[in-house]
Design a protein around this ligand. Structure first.
Ligand SMILES: [Fe+2]
Ligand SMILES: [Fe+2]
Length: 298
């Protein structure tokens, strides 16, 4: 049975499908954060996975759908698939802008990611793929908390469209935090396989993202630049140390995503979108230190 959220809401009450009107330009795609070019490439490399990873998650969840007897969980699953579908479509548009600038580096990553997820979908069991999906979602929840907590350092002063894309994506990752957990628990429930999925998905995504940002930094001539390498090391230590602390929470016996309270900023982000459904697509990245997300003035 699903655990009710700490705020008392069920998933279906929390989740809505949003389509913020992002428009990415080639100029904004590669170095969208001029202050943190290395972090730009980490995010860009992760973005390249989305049009392959998220359709694989959707396919896996749809395969599990006929096995679910709880109508509320079926509704959650459908909303989850609709949110993920919106995510990868927006990322594909962003990735196309990236590809126009760095075609070889982007194509090399895309070919590897396409092959990986095709292989997993064809050759691994539904239980394994559901465990991968839940492993990815646990990590996405941890990343969402990290990005929001460290939003000033990571996104301050950066391109509004791209920062808004990433923060929209991870606000919704937090919003649908429990769906794959509950589907996996309903269909399999094996703690062993859940942990296999967590470590496999984490290792796989981190490995592919590392190779991806390495290609992008090489293409931009920064990989052999020692200042850039030091900046990369600094940002990696910063984000990985926050993530490691959150990763431990996933390993605690009795873990359920709904036991992890949503960040206050995310709740205010949801309220901003309710008040103005275009505002979350153009956040003012110079005002991320404020308690409420603020859109750019028109
Ligand atoms: Fe997503
Ligand atoms: Fe997700």
């Amino acid at each position: 049975m699903a655990v009710t959220d700490v705020a008392g809401a069920t998933e279906a009450e929390r989740m809505i499908v949003r389509r913020p009107p992002f428009s990415f330009t080639q100029e904004s795609a590669v170095f969208w954060n001029a202050k943190r070019p290395e972090f730009s490439q980490i995010v860009n490399a992760a973005s390249l996975a989305m049009p392959y990873l998220e359709p694989y998650l959707i396919k896996t969840m749809r395969e599990a759908r006929p096995l679910i007897s709880d109508p509320k969980l079926v509704r959650d699953l459908d909303l989850y698939c609709a949110q993920e579908s919106s995510h990868y479509r927006q990322h594909r548009r962003f990735n196309d802008a990236l590809k126009a600038e760095l075609p070889e580096a982007v194509t090399a990553s895309e070919e590897i990611l396409a092959a990986d997820y095709e292989w997993l979908g064809k050759n691994r069991s539904l239980r394994f793929n559901l465990a991968y999906a839940e492993g990815f979602e646990s990590m996405a929840l941890a990343i969402g908390h990290m990005l929001i907590r460290d939003r000033v350092y990571l996104f301050g002063g950066s391109n509004s469209e791209v920062a808004s894309l990433i923060l929209w994506h991870f606000a919704e990752e937090i919003e649908h935090k429990a769906v794959t957990y509950d589907v996996f628990a309903h269909v399999s429930g094996s703690v062993f396989w859940r942990l296999v999925g967590l470590f496999y998905a984490t290792g796989h995504i981190f490995w592919r993202t590392r190779a991806g940002y390495q290609r992008l930094l090489k293409a931009e001539g920064l990989w052999r630049n020692w200042r850039s390498r030091l900046a990369l090391g600094r940002v990696l230590i910063r984000v990985l140390s926050i993530l490691a602390a959150r990763f431990v929470l996933i390993l605690v016996p009795g873990y359920h995503p709904n036991k992890i309270a949503d960040p206050a900023w995310m709740t205010k982000w949801v309220a901003l979108h309710q008040a103005d459904d275009k505002a979350t697509a153009r956040l003012d990245t110079n005002r991320l230190h404020e308690a409420d997300p603020v859109p750019l003035s028109a």
